[in-house]
Design a protein around this ligand. Structure first.
Ligand SMILES: Nc1ncnc2c1ncn2[C@@H]1O[C@H](COP(=O)(O)OP(=O)(O)OP(=O)(O)O)[C@@H](O)[C@H]1O
Ligand SMILES: [Mg+2]
Length: 265
């Protein structure tokens, strides 16, 4: 079994299998020769400096970016190279700066979470009662039932992140991809969010791949850390993560993305 897998979960096929993956943005290769396998129930932290390709990797897992042609790169999610229709909704996506998204929309937490149940696959099949049941369950899972009818603009950063995670959960996702969900979240809420994700992995069989800049915080929560900088420089259990100075060693001499990262931000 993979590192940190949830108790009692046996699965022969990894949930995510990536091999020899290179991806280009605007014609320039930004991640190269990435190999990564994630098994059901794992909580994996993806770390790396700005512009190191973390979001690019997540977008590729989502199928929004393609491997560079003829490089042999493979991305399999749920054992398949292309998302089959039945797997739609199994990946929950919590985007970078999700907490800024709804700042000028008047919408309640319940409505936001309900958006997660909108899936082309079930649009005409799922009745209202099922939809409501899913929304309620997602609200419970993230512990935000008491805020269900609050306007999202009145929420704290941590509460808003919980709501965005609930939206992903309402889609019945069993694989959560989170891009910097801790940004703008105060320390106590940050810790409880990480505890929530850990509980989801252990109790709900969720698999989590989470990007964070905050190496200290993420190593406390995730079972396994992947350090990406163009390629995977470290992949191992959180308790074996090298300290910052040796990570600098892993980074090599030049940080190639520094000079032009502003062009795309
Ligand atoms: N739409 C784009 N077009 C061209 N290049 C891009 C685009 N998006 C990102 N890049 C470049 O690809 C590289 C990787 O970017 P990516 O967003 O994956 O990094 P990241 O690790 O998520 O960074 P951050 O920590 O700042 O979010 C960077 O050099 C970035 O400038
Ligand atoms: Mg990013």
């Amino acid at each position: 079994m993979g590192l940190g897998s949830a108790k009692g979960v046996e699965s022969t096929t990894p949930l995510l299998q990536i091999s020899d993956l290179s991806v280009a943005r605007s014609g320039e290769i930004v991640i190269q020769d990435v190999d990564l396998e994630i098994r059901k129930g794992e909580f994996v932290g993806l770390v790396g400096p700005n512009g190191s390709g973390k979001t690019t990797l997540l977008l590729t897992i989502l199928g929004l970016l393609e491997p560079v042609p003829n490089t042999g790169g493979i991305v399999r999610v749920f054992g398949k190279e292309r998302f089959s229709n039945s797997d739609h909704g199994r990946i929950g996506w919590v985007p970078q700066a999700a907490s800024n998204l709804s700042s000028n929309i008047r919408i309640t937490v319940r409505e936001l979470v309900r958006l997660g149940t909108l899936n082309p696959q079930n649009m005409f099949i799922m009745g209202n009662s099922e939809r409501n049941a899913r929304v309620n369950r997602a609200l419970e899972m993230v512990g935000i039932v008491d805020k269900a009818d609050a306007d999202v603009r009145t929420l704290s950063g941590g509460q808003l992140q919980r709501s965005v995670i609930a939206r992903a959960l309402a889609s019945e996702a069993d694989f959560l991809l989170l891009d910097e969900p801790l940004v703008g979240v105060d320390l106590p809420s940050r810790n409880s969010l990480l505890k929530l994700l850990d509980d989801l992995c252990h109790n709900e069989n969720m698999t989590v791949l989470m990007v964070s800049h905050d190496l200290t915080t993420i190593t406390q929560a995730a079972h396994r850390i992947v350090y990406l900088e163009g390629s995977v420089r470290f992949d191992g259990p959180s308790y074996e993560v090298p300290d910052f100075s040796s990570l600098a060693g892993l980074r090599g001499i030049v940080h190639v993305h520094d000079d032009h990262s502003h062009e795309h931000q």
